[in-house]
Ligand binder design. Structure first.
Ligand SMILES: [Zn+2]
Length: 370
């Protein structure tokens, strides 16, 4: 519902140039309708929104009072509204009792204003009342936004909390995989370092295993003589899936998952959880929304990292390494093999090293439904 200044200016300019800009306002519209002593209900606000959505003129809604609001009275904004798209296309704007009671003027972010002192409702242009009473407008708008945030937060929490059990299952399952992957990675990186096997340096740029081939290049000297010279050309052998796991900046995943899981566990449904959500302060509820979103985002990222990182240890990847290691032109000639629970490798002229693959690394990773 946010309105850019640009759009507002556009609307006003259009209003000046569109014909049939004048609107005949009936006496019924102008009549004061002091029916709203108590704060109008959400149902009434919905009724107004439906009237506008269905193409009705805002000023012709039965409860609207089409008089200029007095300065200095109390004001509550109940909701914002846009005119329907068809009216935008035809540039059929609405009239505003504040500033343009008979001239079409606005289309977006109109306000449903309740004036408790007069017990009336007026449908107003987006920031029109601001020119009458800036403080009242700013306050009312701030409160409207706070109220909407509260409603959104409450709806979010009520709809998401019941999903936490499933999210925690996925988190716990992922933690098992992460513990295994963290252990595998620590072993692998240590053994590669011990053996001075610079696999990360080799793939860090693009994740590809490369070979170096000899080639001839035609060179022409300054005096015009051509000759062939030997050069070395780097060529790609294959992608190395899961190469990110070798990055020195890679952080263990299991601790992140455990922390996220602990944060979520505190909110798993017990007893009268709906009552507790309703009784939270707005700030606490908003913090809860942020904490839930953050924790779930962390879990999703961790699962995605697990999926990509563990591909380094699957038989097909080791087969790729084996073919690369013995290929002519491999800059790090080496032997690679994979059995159920181990990867074995040896740099040319060096003893074999074995890295264990904990079986839990292959466990299923669940999708996070949230
Ligand atoms: Zn106005």
């Amino acid at each position: 519902m946010a309105t850019s200044l640009h759009m507002l200016v556009e609307q006003i300019e259009d209003a000046g140039t569109t014909e049939n800009n004048k609107v005949e306002i009936s006496a019924a519209c102008r009549a004061v309708k002091p029916y709203f002593k108590a704060r109008p209900s959400a149902g009434l606000v919905r009724q107004i929104l439906h009237h506008i959505r269905d193409g009705g003129e805002p000023h012709e809604w039965w409860g609207h009072t089409h008089t200029r609001p007095p300065k200095g009275g109390a004001l509550v904004y109940l909701e914002e509204f846009d005119l329907p798209l068809a009216r935008f296309r035809g540039k059929v704007w609405a009239v505003c009792p504040c500033c343009a009671p008979e001239t079409r003027k606005y289309g977006k972010a109109g306000k449903i204003g309740w004036f408790p002192d007069e017990a009336v409702i007026r449908l107003l242009g987006p920031a029109c009342f601001r020119s009458l009473d800036q403080g009242a407008h700013d306050n009312a708008y701030r409160e409207l936004k706070a109220e909407k945030r509260k409603q959104q937060d409450e709806a979010f929490v009520l709809s998401k909390l019941p999903l936490l059990g499933g999210v925690l299952d996925a988190c716990q399952q992922a933690t098992l995989v992460a513990e295994a992957l963290d252990e595998f990675r620590a072993d692998l990186v240590k053994v590669l370092a011990d053996k001075r096997f610079p696999l990360w340096d080799h793939v860090r740029r693009d994740g590809k295993l490369k070979i170096v081939q000899k080639a001839k290049d035609l060179r022409v000297s300054r005096d015009g003589n051509a000759s062939l010279v030997d050069i070395e050309v780097e060529r790609s052998h294959a992608d190395l899936p899961g190469y990110e796991l070798l990055n020195p900046a890679w952080k263990p995943i299991a601790p992140k998952l455990r922390r996220a899981g602990e944060r979520l566990e505190a909110h798993v449904l017990t007893g009268d959880w709906r009552g507790r959500v309703a009784n939270m302060t707005d700030l606490d509820r908003h913090r809860l929304v942020r904490s839930l979103n953050f924790s779930v985002k962390t879990i999703r990222e961790c699962i995605s990292d697990l999926e990509s990182g563990r591909r380094l240890a699957v038989p097909l990847t080791v087969k790729t390494l084996r073919a690369w290691g013995v290929r002519e032109g491999c800059p790090i000639p080496s032997q690679w093999s994979h059995d159920f629970n181990h990867i074995t490798f040896a740099k040319e002229g060096s003893f074999s090293s074995i890295v264990r693959i904990p079986p839990a690394m292959a466990k299923e990773l669940y999708k996070v439904q949230f």
